[in-house]
Design a protein around this ligand. Sequence first.
Ligand SMILES: Cc1cc2nc3c(=O)[nH]c(=O)nc-3n(C[C@H](O)[C@H](O)[C@H](O)COP(=O)(O)OP(=O)(O)OC[C@H]3O[C@@H](n4cnc5c(N)ncnc54)[C@H](O)[C@@H]3O)c2cc1C
Length: 423
Amino acid sequence: MGSHVTSELRNWSGTYQFTAREVIAARTVGDVQRAVTAGGRVRAIGTRHSFNDLADNGATLVSVTGIAPDPVIDEAAGTVTVGAGTLYGALASWLQDRGWALGNLGSLPHISIAGAIATGTHGSGSRNRILSAAVAGLEYVAADGELRYADRSTPGFDGMAVGLGAFGIVVRVTLDIEPTYLVRQDAYTGLSWDRVLADTDGVLSAAYSVSLFTDWGGDSLRAAWVKRRVESAAAVVPEEFFGARRDPGPVRFIDAPADNLTVVGVAGPWSQRLPHFRLDSTPSNGDEIQSEYFVGRRQGAAALEALRRRSRRITPLLLVSEIRSTAQDRLWLSGSYGRETMAIHFTWCNRPAEVDDAAREVEAALEPFAARPHWGKVSHVTAGQAAGLYPRLGDARDLFERLDPGGRFSNHRLERLGVRTPR
Ligand SMILES: Cc1cc2nc3c(=O)[nH]c(=O)nc-3n(C[C@H](O)[C@H](O)[C@H](O)COP(=O)(O)OP(=O)(O)OC[C@H]3O[C@@H](n4cnc5c(N)ncnc54)[C@H](O)[C@@H]3O)c2cc1C
């Protein structure tokens, strides 16, 4: 077990400095159990790709990314069970090598599975639920240091998949899998706002996964990335997408190099097409701040129009925005709980004070749409607002308080948002 006292632990983008005094790099489940039984506040940390103080606690953090993945496929159940700290991209490659697949992935393969599911991370696709919805079981170190298991038959499990690290340290995760499949992604340029606003749901639902990139200005969006499941590498795709033309590439994404992106225009395994970024390359821009909001897809066009009206405030601070869709689910703290969802994401320049103001303006513009913020990104949501936005938040709090009565896994953010009881 590695343990170090830290004064300079930062999140992936460097925009948040942790206050935790100690980070324990667990190599075994026993290391995690010892860290928990040692007493005091303790919290799991993943690959630090979140943009706020959600993972922090001013005390002890435990990383499970150093525990061996040891993936095990259960063909009869259609699941894989794997170390919770494993990177999504690593599991995806391993599954692909064996003829298996996950139903979806986020844009980034470098995030840990446990960290991603804990915050309700999602990809795109109107019929694809968020990544946490594929969680069939969780093995976790509980507040008393014991190893416990929960699955879909466990009462309250719908409150645990998007668990915000609030009930224990997850050490193994069981995920639904399916036979491998091919995906072809194509970029289209010249997609007009008129077409998007006339049929937002139709555009977002036109393929297995659709991502729209925009800076909110002008008459057209920057690009649509369309990921289609195809039967063979020879599959032909349309040259047009709602009036936009297929871009043969090379395609660029914000100001990052083109070669950090997954391949466009040629079909390939799901594991190498569903993420936007390649596992073997540095992702995104890096010097950035992110925020994201989830609104009901039926109000999608109105929400987009509300933001377009504020483009003069938003665009100068923006690297890019991405608009995606997800299917509804029943996970208590999911951004897609109970409604077909449109996700509106902002990758901002690293100018914290100005971005803070702009994000508040975005939140004000989206308030009429009951926009739920992404748990792992910048937002100013209050406990009162969160309680209204997440109808099962009170149930989640009761569950977490029952599983962790002493508040060992709590922190200021969870208490501020009413997810844990203040102590
Ligand atoms: C470039 C980039 C691209 C992104 N793309 C997407 C995207 O496509 N879709 C999307 O929805 N989000 C996206 N995100 C956000 C990201 O998926 C989330 O912030 C996610 O939580 C990151 O996982 P992590 O392992 O870094 O978690 P961390 O940030 O380290 O932790 C997040 C939370 O998970 C908890 N946690 C971590 N490990 C465990 C564990 N073992 N047991 C219990 N709780 C645990 C922590 O306590 C904390 O509450 C992106 C972020 C970046 C930087």
